[in-house]
Ligand binder design. Structure first.
Ligand code: ACO
Length: 376
């Protein structure tokens, strides 16, 4: 009989200092710091440093990190040429997977596994991916590219390159918080993918390319799009309760609720909910937030006793929509931020690496005779 743990559930496969999750108590910490404290008081750049170094920076370290990151916002003519060659109809996650892989082509030393060099490469990938995503979205809309602005934060620069105008302070704050909340989450499927690839002593570009591919799947990074589809299906806030009741009666899932690990309120959703409300009010999307709130109220009454609460995707959908992002950019937003976590885990893996190579239980027959093809 097979002893395989399906989906590797419950298997501890790595050590990390980057994030800690207690699903029963609804706790998520990065390097020991509560996620909500980081979302409220820190910024995505500091959190990226934390992911790449296992701790927060001091002031000179942070200034140097910002200079490296912002100095790498620009993409080369070669990368722009490749971006222009991608069909406007391509799905953004397929574009992103291709373009991250292509960044290796212009690195004179792409295969280095020297930890400081890999960290420097990770900073450059992190800096360039927003320029690539915003550039692709503008090209497919038939618009000119907008060069990055090194005076802007990671969050503000992305929204500026996408929309051609600087975001409001609330938009920048909400987007920055979303980036912080998505930066790392233990040994999730895409992070594990990045660690497996790194463990072969392959390069950081391959690790992040593979992780983008893993994130794309609907069981992983795709749920925030599902939330938006559902919110669009509900025409009016007064219909939200009945919509939920009908879904539950049909044993359908309500997108943005429930989590394999969290059996209480997803700590990433708490602060995001406040931001989503503020942003929705500011951007004329109060109705969208009202629908979300009505869904949550009904779900709380009906299924909270089973440990089903909103997860991070539920309010990030409202937030991304209010910022003006198109539906198919929701999962790339997840990737933009999770690159910090993937790279952090790749660096942890390199430090004291051992090839990740589990076993499979063979469950087929033995000692079968070979039958020539003509007789099969
Ligand atoms: N809506 C309604 N009922 C739900 C939901 C939901 N979203 N999630 C779980 N349930 C119910 C199940 O029907 C089941 O009920 P039963 O015991 O009466 O049969 C019970 O809760 C347990 O469900 P499981 O599927 O065993 O829980 P699991 O831990 O495997 O599922 C999952 C976790 C896949 C996330 C699930 O909650 C789900 O499908 N949610 C919707 C999709 C979603 O939002 N995914 C994003 C996750 S967060 C992220 O990836 C960043």
């Amino acid at each position: 009989m097979s002893t395989a743990a399906k989906g590797l559930e419950g298997i501890v496969a790595a050590e990390t200092v980057l994030s800690f999750i207690d699903g029963e108590r609804g706790i998520l910490e990065y390097a020991g710091i509560a996620i909500n404290d980081l979302a409220k008081d820190s910024n995505f750049e500091e959190v990226s440093f934390l992911m790449l170094n296992g701790r927060l920076p001091n002031k000179p370290e942070f200034d140097a990190f910002l200079a490296d990151l912002r100095g790498a916002y620009t993409i080369s003519d070669h990368t722009i040429g490749l971006l222009r060659s991608i069909p406007a109809t391509a799905q953004p996650m397929h574009m992103l997977r291709t373009m991250v892989s292509a960044l290796a082509l212009e690195d004179p030393n792409p295969n280095s596994i020297d930890i400081p060099e890999v960290r420097a490469k990770a900073i450059r990938i992190l800096a360039k991916v927003p320029t690539i995503v915003a550039g692709f979205d503008r090209l497919r809309r038939g618009l000119d590219l907008i060069a990055p602005d090194q005076n802007l934060t990671f969050a503000a620069n992305f929204l500026y390159m996408l929309n051609g105008e600087k975001p409001t302070a609330t938009m920048e704050r909400a987007f920055d918080a979303c980036m912080i909340l998505h930066a790392d989450h233990g040994l999730n499927a895409s992070t594990f993918t990045a660690r497996v690839i790194t463990s072969t002593l392959s390069d950081i570009y391959s690790a992040i390319t593979g992780a983008v591919g893993a994130l794309r799947g609907p069981l992983h990074g795709g749920a925030n799009e599902g939330v938006m589809v559902m919110l669009n299906e509900i025409e009016n806030v007064s219909e939200a309760e009945q919509f939920v009741m009908n879904k539950l009666a049909a044993k359908d899932r309500i997108m943005g609720f429930g989590h394999r690990v969290y059996k209480s309120y997803d700590p990433r959703a708490t602060y995001l909910k406040t931001l989503a409300e503020q942003l929705a009010n500011d951007t004329g999307n109060a109705d969208l937030y009202a629908k979300s709130h009505a869904i949550e109220k009904t779900m709380d009454r009906e299924v909270a006793s089973k440990g089903i609460y909103p997860n991070v995707d539920f309010y990030s959908a409202t937030t991304y929509h209010s910022i003006g992002l198109k539906l198919d950019l929701f999962t790339p937003m997840f990737a933009l931020s999770r690159i910090a976590g993937w790279a952090g885990h790749a660096l942890e893996q390199l430090d004291g690496n051992r090839l990740i190579r589990p076993k499979a239980d063979y469950v087929g027959p033995h000692e079968k005779p070979y039958v020539a093809i003509e007789q099969r």
